[in-house]
Design a protein around this ligand. Structure first.
Ligand code: HEM
Length: 135
């Protein structure tokens, strides 16, 4: 990610925070509509999962300036995902659902530049997680 993209993700995330919990509902709705076969991998009650996702996204966004600290944590998250039976091919559906949910949450503030910055962020995280799963 370029320094400018890091800045765009940080700034747009501030607007996302007040609607974060609602947005995670839209995120999982979008994901399970596009990929119904993934629903069974998650618990029936998604409330805790939604909070965990927000915590991790917050950690990741705050850590983008410190990749040497962030990436090992993301790597461990990837290792745990191996235990959840997640496959590399699942990441594109999750990434797309996340971008769609952010787009809805941020509305006109989700400009093309902001979208590209988030895409770069999701790619960075997904690559590190997939690398950990392949190891
Ligand atoms: C952008 C990448 C992702 C992030 C940031 C992320 C984040 C998280 C977090 C924070 C947890 C909570 C448990 C833990 O910390 O180990 C979790 C659990 C889980 N994630 Fe992900 N995840 C990602 C990608 C995926 C993908 C691609 C799948 C595939 C469907 C997936 C499926 C799951 C499942 C099944 C659980 C366990 C749910 C449970 O049994 O409680 N995740 N994820």
């Amino acid at each position: 990610m370029t320094p400018k993209q890091v800045q765009l993700v940080e700034t747009s995330f501030k607007a996302f925070v007040p609607v974060a919990y609602k947005t995670t509902e839209e995120f999982y709705d979008t994901l399970f509509k596009s990929s119904p076969h993934l629903r069974g991998m998650f618990p029936e009650d998604m409330r805790e999962q939604r909070v965990k996702l927000i915590d991790t996204l917050t950690y990741a966004v705050n850590g983008l300036r410190y990749p040497e600290t962030l990436l090992p944590v993301v790597h461990d998250l990837g290792k745990r995902h191996k235990g959840y039976k997640v496959k590399p091919e699942h990441y594109s559906a999750v990434g797309m659902a996340l971008i769609t949910a952010l787009e809805r949450a941020l509305g006109p503030r989700f400009t093309r530049e902001v979208k590209e910055a988030w895409q770069a962020c999701v790619t960075l995280i997904a690559k590190e997680m997939m690398g950990a799963q392949a190891a």
